[in-house]
Design a protein around this ligand. Structure first.
Ligand code: FMN
Length: 146
């Protein structure tokens, strides 16, 4: 079975913890995983299965550690047609553009030919004190689609 690459975008660490927690659950379900926090394009294999987990900052913006990857994809336009991915956003419904970062990152991946597996999870920290809880439920269902 190929490795699932979890890609996190985070400022204060919440999304990193969520990514690591989901990786642990996937490992317990027999998948192999690697977790990359704010990777560059060179760190990634341009194929296989990715699971993107990112919070939103500014006004609907990507966290600073994921913005460079988004910029590189936009500039270099790599072929991502061999990539399938899952999508998890973390944000707060207090803000006008709720979970904007994961939506724009997804748009970028799809634009390069990547295909999403399953529905996007959007975790509202106003609703869930511990974002790992909804992430855990979601990833167990997502794993069934793989
Ligand atoms: C300055 C600031 C701006 C934010 N802007 C947004 C936003 O536009 N949309 C949103 O859904 N959440 C927004 N959030 C909420 C964060 O996404 C949320 O706190 C998240 O848990 C942070 O996760 P992280 O530690 O992985 O970065 C913002 C938070 C801060 C502190």
């Amino acid at each position: 079975m190929s490795t699932i690459t979890l890609i996190s975008g985070s400022t204060m660490g919440s999304s990193e913890y969520v990514a690591e927690h989901m990786a642990e659950i996937l490992e317990n379900h027999g998948f192999s995983t690697e977790v990359l926090h704010g990777p560059s394009l060179d760190d990634l294999r341009l194929g296989g299965l990715w699971l993107v987990v990112t919070s939103t900052h500014g006004a609907g913006d990507l966290p600073e550690n994921l913005q460079p990857l988004a910029d590189t994809i936009a500039q270099e336009q790599p072929d991502l047609s061999n990539v399938t991915f899952g999508s998890v956003g973390i944000g707060s419904s207090e803000y006008d553009i709720f979970c904007g970062a994961i939506k724009s990152f997804e748009h970028l991946l799809k634009d390069r030919g990547a295909k999403r597996i399953g529905d996007r999870l959007e975790i509202d920290i106003q609703k869930y004190e511990i974002p790992e809880d909804p992430a855990e439920d979601w990833v167990k269902e997502w794993a069934k689609l793989l």
